[in-house]
Design a protein around this ligand. Structure first.
Ligand code: S3P
Length: 431
């Protein structure tokens, strides 16, 4: 699909956000092995989370969707059935990696996990190696580093694992595997990725402790140990970030995003935009779905460059494409470093973001672990590609709201992965 975007005179609106992608995945996966019914509202109906539902159904779990609720009928920790076919995770790294953890401990079960060309190209050694240390038997192409991954469920034991990268998917895969093992799992090292799995497991009654960077999970003895958790999924800050940047860089804008998840492991983009001089107000803070949420309003701002690095990176990793766009519209230089993980996302986002920004007239120098962006206020419309990457598609759409002339986006349908309503919201906030 090709979408053409031009700059509107004004941007105005109140945007209620789709459910958080990470929380939606986890709500289905964890409730699938809980004992009883859970109702999940504001569930993200993007393609990634629908892949999770399809896989969980293929494992024999009853999942129903009606109007605004996803109903999951968990039948306990030992209830999953061997799937009769390969499990297709589509474009979703979270589905593949979390399921790999969950299935590793289903003794005797054989399952194969695969996905689209992008997912099959992404590295899996990061989960395969630590899962093997717990006794898992799994393998894949490229010596176990690429999907399809074949898993023969095994008797898992506990262990201690030091996470070398701040990946919530790796952390969660290990915690899910440990639920089915027979010994305590201790995680140390880079446990600072998003913590939704830990929050949800604790709320469901799992025996888990978090002390500083050390997470311990003691596997439940009874198969009915996990209580189902009904929740309203908070709004996705990674989707909200597109509107925040749009409002900050457009000269006549005020946009409010309501019900945004304000979990500290996810608010790096807000902190960075503030540090760049964005006018941001947070109101109506409350707790929803076990997470802090609030309404975030952003107005036209004079942005300046920033250094984005270190411990901040995992807190904004998915927002870096659109933050790079903000940097291209800011005064002065922005340096992004320590973000080598961008190279193994849905696309190599250092290469794809840098080349798209350059096509828009920005000066960008890609580096091994980030990029250096020289701000300029006059982007010009260009013909851009999503490369099948949802966050690139949305970043280029937002660029089109401030660039001079027309921005023509090829592969606009990629937004389906995480934000199916994106194009209609875009039309709604343009004036
Ligand atoms: C996610 C974790 C992050 C993030 C991805 C979703 C999750 O990936 O980029 O979009 O739901 O756990 P990593 O775990 O690879 O950092």
């Amino acid at each position: 699909m090709i979408y053409t975007i031009t700059a509107p005179r004004r941007l105005r609106g109140v945007v209620s956000l789709p459910g958080d992608k990470s929380i939606s995945h986890r709500a289905v996966l964890l409730n699938a092995v809980a004992s009883g019914h859970a109702g999940i509202t504001n569930f993200l109906t993007g393609a990634d989370c629908l892949s999770t539902i399809a896989c969980v159904r293929a494992l024999g779990v009853r999942v129903e969707r009606n109007e605004d609720t996803v109903h999951v009928y968990g039948a306990g920790l030992r209830s999953l059935c061997e799937p009769v076919d390969v499990l297709d995770c589509g474009n979703s790294g979270t589905t593949l990696r979390l399921l790999a953890g969950m299935l590793a401990g289903q003794e005797g079960m054989f399952a194969v996990l695969t996905g689209d060309a992008s997912l099959r190209s992404r590295p899996q050694q990061r989960i395969v190696a630590p899962l093997r240390t717990l006794g898992a038997s799994l393998d894949g192409r490229d010596r176990g580093n690429r999907a399809p991954l074949a898993i023969r469920g095994a008797h898992l034991h506990g262990g201690i694992y030091e996470l070398p990268i701040a990946s919530a998917q790796v952390k969660s895969a290990l915690l899910l595997a440990a639920l089915f093992g027979d010994g305590t799992l201790t995680l140390t090292g880079r446990t600072d990725g998003r913590d939704h799995t830990e929050r949800m497991l604790a709320a469901m009654g799992a025996m888990m402790t978090v002390e500083g960077p050390t997470i311990r999970l003691i596997p439940p003895e009874r198969p009915d140990a996990l209580q189902p958790l009904s929740l309203r999924v908070p709004g996705d800050p990674s989707s909200a970030a597109f509107w925040w940047v749009a409002a900050a860089i457009h000269p006549n804008a005020e946009v409010t995003t309501t019900g945004v998840c304000l979990n500290r492991t996810r608010t790096g983009a807000l902190d960075t935009l503030r540090a760049m001089g964005a006018q941001i107000e947070v109101a109506n803070q409350r707790i929803e779905g076990g997470e802090p949420v609030g309404d975030v309003t952003v107005r036209s701002s004079r942005l300046h460059g920033a250094v984005i690095e270190g411990a901040l990176i995992p807190r904004l990793i998915d927002e870096l494409p659109v933050l790079a766009l903000a940097a291209a519209c800011a005064e002065g230089e922005t340096t992004i470093r320590d973000a080598q993980e961008l190279r193994v996302k849905e696309t190599d986002r250092i290469a794809t973001v840098a080349s798209g920004l350059m096509a828009l007239g920005a000066t960008v120098e890609p580096t091994d672990d980030g990029m250096i962006i020289s701000g300029c206020s006059n982007l010009r419309g260009a013909t851009l590609e999503s490369h099948g990457d949802h966050r690139l598609a949305m970043t280029w759409a937002i660029a089109g709201l401030v660039a001079k002339g027309e921005t023509v986006l090829h592969g606009a349908e990629a937004v389906e992965v995480s934000y199916p309503e994106f194009w209609s919201v875009l039309e709604q906030v343009r004036e």
